[in-house]
Design a protein around this ligand. Structure first.
Ligand code: URA
Ligand code: CA
Length: 440
């Protein structure tokens, strides 16, 4: 087999066979096929696309390019959740414990934040002593004992995807549905998931800006799940503004604890209940979404979800007392309000700019090596649809180092669009299952 022939076949609009896909993924992972040939193939795929079968076979080849987590010794159906990325998205910290409390094992691999998006691992490190580098035996043991464990991604998970993603990033070939869907799903499958619930974001702060593109990505990922025998459901949700009010590590942990206490922002609670309900259905702990919701609401009201979160924090080296008393979490020295310049109704909040403002304050990493300040960030006071008077606070900056306050304030003011009237956006846009697409 020759790489040249594979490139030409795709360039001319042909469908690649499983053998051809395995050949280039294996060869590229081993360093036997050069970047320039794979770049040409990526561009051919970008223009000529891949069908559902090719996409699933590409995904499976990337899964098999490295280590596959063996979680068979965990009892029950392992249901993973993945969000396509957002700002202030704290759902894992809430969904994990409530799903675990309902009896679905949560064995989660997570990442750190880079750029304007946050990472679950960074947020959890707000608990002094929290360990993410735990041995696999302890990871599995914790899931079997308390129902939940979280670890950083191992280096050798889907290495073909790592190489391809880096190459696509510099060759203008990232935004092809098959390539994005395969990239995301390969990491979930290699992490050992039996079933997957996807939160596909849509809007100004998301990877996919339009609803049509977001539903198409959701469909591509669900189809991969069907082909690889992983029951997969995708929920398409709004990212036209940050989720909840908190952006920043410890601030988001406190917000998650609020939700586990039966309080917290309505949008964050609603999204968590929606995603967790799907996980209960896939994990066979509830027949329908509605049954699942009843179970999950009881778990929150009774405090079982909060207790599960405390057990989880303790099992990985944090102090569970901090869950009961979140004031013990890192807190910034100063709070500086950002005041509205004009009166009206909030019409838009550019999530990416809010994320960058939080990054400027030290809540995120500019490069992989940057240190982050867990205490700092932003608490929004106004969301889309809220009336505001000139001079009223739109948001409050939580600050330790005042050097970048001016720049962060300017960013935040620019992020807010104020109009005469506006309505809050619908949070849940629809749901995609193997056999149906429901637009709400
Ligand atoms: N996220 C991924 O992991 N891969 C992509 O290709 C795009 C977004
Ligand atoms: Ca938030």
């Amino acid at each position: 087999m020759r790489m040249y022939d594979i490139i030409m076949k795709k360039r001319n609009g042909g469908d690649l066979t499983k053998e051809e896909i395995n050949f280039f993924i294996e060869g590229y992972t081993k360093g036997e096929i050069p970047d320039y040939q794979v770049s040409a193939l990526m561009m051919a795929i970008y223009f000529k696309k891949m069908n559902t079968r090719e996409t699933a076979e590409l995904t499976q080849a990337m899964v098999e390019s490295g280590e596959i987590m063996d979680l068979r010794s965990i009892h029950g159906i392992k249901v993973d959740k993945h969000s396509t990325g957002g700002v202030g998205d704290t759902t894992t910290l809430i969904v994990g414990p409530i799903v675990a409390a309902a009896g679905v094992p949560v064995a989660k691999m997570s990442g750190r934040g880079l750029g304007h998006t946050g990472g679950t691992i960074d947020k959890l490190e707000s608990f002094a002593g929290f360990q993410v580098d735990i041995p696999i035996e302890k990871f599995i043991g914790n899931v079997n004992e308390i129902g939940i464990a979280l670890a950083g991604q191992t280096a050798n998970l889907a290495p073909a995807d790592k190489k391809l993603y880096a190459l696509r990033d510099v060759t203008a070939t990232v935004d092809n549905l098959s390539l994005i869907a395969g990239s995301i799903m390969s990491k979930k499958i290699a992490s050992g998931a039996d079933a997957i619930v996807l939160d596909v974001k849509t809007g100004s702060g998301a990877f996919m800006k339009t609803e049509d593109d977001s539903f198409a990505l959701a469909r591509a990922m669900v189809d991969i799940g069907t082909h690889t025998k992983r029951n997969t459901i995708a929920v398409v949700t709004d990212m036209d503004q940050p989720l909840g009010y908190a952006i920043g590590n410890a601030l988001e942990v406190k917000e998650a604890i609020d939700v586990l206490n039966g309080k917290g922002p309505e949008d964050l609670r609603e999204l968590c209940l929606t995603l967790a309900s799907q996980m209960l259905v896939l994990g066979e702990k509830a027949e329908t979404d509605a049954d699942a919701r009843v179970i999950l609401e009881e778990i929150i009201e009774s405090g079982k979800g909060l207790q599960k979160f405390a057990d989880f924090v303790e099992a990985q080296g944090g102090d569970p007392e901090w869950v009961k008393n979140p004031n013990l979490l890192p807190t910034a020295k100063t709070e500086i309000p950002v005041l509205a310049r004009q009166s009206g109704v909030v019409e838009s909040i550019e999530a990416e700019s809010v994320g960058i403002a939080a990054l400027l304050l030290g809540a995120g990493r500019e490069t992989k090596a940057s240190e982050i300040d867990l205490a700092v960030g932003i608490l929004l006071k106004k969301k889309i649809g809220d009336p505001v008077e000139a001079g009223e606070a739109l948001a409050v900056l939580h600050v330790n180092d005042e050097a970048k306050v001016e720049e962060a304030t300017a960013r935040l003011l620019k992020a807010y669009g104020i109009a005469e009237s506006a309505d809050a956006p619908k949070l849940i846009k629809g749901i995609v299952r193997s056999n149906e697409t429901i637009k709400l």
